[in-house]
Design a protein around this ligand. Sequence first.
Ligand SMILES: Nc1ncnc2c1ncn2[C@@H]1O[C@H](COP(=O)(O)OP(=O)(O)OP(=O)(O)O)[C@@H](O)[C@H]1O
Ligand SMILES: [Mg+2]
Length: 227
Amino acid sequence: VKDYKVIIVHGGGSFGHYWSVKYDMHTKPLPYPSEGVSIVHESMIKLNHMVIEKFLSHELKPFSVPPSSYVFNNLPCKDRILDLVSMTRKNDLIPVTYGDVVHTSDGNFSILSGDTIMNLLSTHLKPRYSIFTTGVDGIYDKLDNGGNLIPNISVSGGGNVLSHQPAIDNERMPFDVTGGMKRKMEESLKIVKEGIPVYLVNGFHPERLLDILNNRDFVGTCMRMEQ
Ligand SMILES: Nc1ncnc2c1ncn2[C@@H]1O[C@H](COP(=O)(O)OP(=O)(O)OP(=O)(O)O)[C@@H](O)[C@H]1O
Ligand SMILES: [Mg+2]
C-alpha cells in the first residue's frame, strides 16, 4: 500500500448495515426515525474508528473522511472529491471513507452505501483500477455448492455485460438490503463504462490485491471493457 496512492472505502457490515435493516432505512430519501438516523451514523463512526486504528497500528497514515464532506443533497460535489486527491499529493495519507446515513434535504435522510461511493469516487477520480473486496472469491455463476468463479466479465461499448463463462444463474442470485453482490455488480458496471477496470476479490486473501497490482495471475473476477 505504501507504494501506491489509494483511497479506502468501507461498508457497514455488522455495524451500519445491521442497524439500517433494524430501523428499515433505505437509499430512498425519507424522514426516517431520528433514533435510527443517530444510531446508524454512530455505528459507522465506531466502525470507521476501528478501521483507522488498525491502519495506525500498521504504521500507515489514515485520514478519515465522512461522506457528508463530499456529498450534498444526495449529489456528489466534484471539487470536494477532487480535493481528496490533492490532499494526499505530497504526503503518505490514505483517505478512509465509508457508507453512512446522509442528510438529503429538509430533514430527510438516505443510506449511501460504500458500493455507491466506490462508483462516485471512481467516476470522478478515474483511478487506474477499482477493487472491491468481499468475503467471497469474486462473482460466482451460482452460490450453491458447485458454483464456479467467473474470472473475466467483459462489457460492450454500449454498457452491456457480454456473455462470459460460466454464465450467471440470475434466478438464484440472492441479494440483501444494500444489494449484496448484485449492487456491487451494478456499481461496477458504471465504473467499467468509464473505462476503469474493476476487480472483485476476497479480502481475506490480501495477497490477491498484490497480485493485481503486480499484474500477476490472481484469484477473483475482473470486469473490463471489451478488448
Ligand atoms: N453471484 C454471486 N457471486 C458471489 N457472491 C454473491 C453472489 N450473489 C450473492 N452473493 C453474496 O454477496 C455477498 C457480498 O455482498 P455483501 O453485501 O454481503 O458484502 P459486503 O458488501 O462486502 O459487506 P456489507 O454489505 O455487509 O458491508 C457474498 O458474501 C455472497 O454471499
Ligand atoms: Mg454490501
